[in-house]
Design a protein around this ligand. Structure first.
Ligand SMILES: NC(=O)c1ccc[n+]([C@@H]2O[C@H](COP(=O)([O-])OP(=O)(O)OC[C@H]3O[C@@H](n4cnc5c(N)ncnc54)[C@H](OP(=O)(O)O)[C@@H]3O)[C@@H](O)[C@H]2O)c1
Length: 240
């Protein structure tokens, strides 16, 4: 049987970039992956799918992680059909690059909203049911969850916060079977960089020198395919 055969995974922000690569890697290992994103089509409902045998289908659910009723609907749909996820990858996020004093309160709150509140709402909706499955929560942080960079005031505040969520989850569920992993990637070549165009800016990494989304997906796959005895707490992935 494949490494994740019979497992159900939920990946937020799975319509492109790192989330899509993670979804593909988990599917490749045999999991039935439910991809959440605002642009998801909801075309293929979960009804009729079972934990096993359903993983050949791509399943999407439309969900804005900042909207509590969207997140609740996604969790209810899953629980009523395939049951609690075994793996949750909290990945959805956006990136604002702006000096601290130029960042408006609205921009700051928007980063917190998507990257931190969104991750929190998703945890609250899914984690209680995952405990009975000895589930695994993977949080996609960033190098900016532990290092301060110029222009990262709002982003770093959200990502340091996400690391706090990971640490809290780990402490609250210690000894109860839930595994928790924080994956903190360095710069990765995704559409997140499109509005910034880093190749035209001397103080930013060149896109060709960045990680690929599959490099981050490899780290996630490694964490979720260890033996039941082992919890991988933290993976930091940087370009060489
Ligand atoms: N790229 C990097 O250099 C890098 C480095 C370290 C960490 N990260 C982190 O990796 C994660 C993914 O980033 P990425 O580079 O793959 O970015 P991306 O290519 O821009 O993809 C972002 C994903 O998040 C989804 N999303 C955005 N807002 C959402 C919302 N409110 N609700 C639900 N889904 C939402 C998007 O889908 P829709 O637009 O369809 O909703 C998309 O699937 C983020 O948490 C980011 O902070 C990225």
């Amino acid at each position: 049987m494949s490494a994740l055969g019979g497992k159900v995974a939920v990946v937020t922000g799975a319509s492109r970039g790192i989330g899509r690569a993670v979804a593909e890697a988990l599917e490749g290992a045999g999991a039935l992956v439910v991809r959440l994103a605002r642009s998801a089509t909801d075309e293929r409902p979960l009804e009729g799918l079972r934990r096993t045998g359903g993983h050949d289908r791509r399943v999407e659910l439309r969900c804005d992680v900042t909207v509590e009723r969207d997140v609740a609907r996604a969790a209810e749909t899953l629980l009523a059909t395939v049951g609690p996820p075994d793996i949750l990858v909290n990945n959805a996020g956006t990136f604002l690059l702006k000096p601290l004093v130029e960042t408006t309160g609205e921009e700051f709150l928007r980063q917190i909203d998507v990257n931190l509140l969104g991750a929190f709402l998703v945890l609250r909706a899914f984690v209680p049911a995952m405990v009975e499955r000895d589930g695994h929560v993977v949080t996609i942080g960033s190098i900016a969850d532990h290092v301060g960079f110029p222009g990262n005031a709002a982003y770093a505040a959200s990502k340091f916060g996400v690391r706090g969520l990971h640490e809290t989850l780990k402490a609250e569920y210690a000894g109860r079977g839930l595994r928790t992993t924080l994956v903190s990637p360095g710069p990765t070549d995704t559409s997140l960089w499109d509005p910034i165009d880093p190749d035209r800016q001397h103080d930013l990494p060149n896109r060709a020198a960045m990680l690929q989304p599959s490099d981050v997906a490899d780290a996630v796959l490694f964490a979720v395919t260890r033996s039941r005895r082992a919890n991988i707490d933290l993976i930091r992935v940087m370009p060489i």
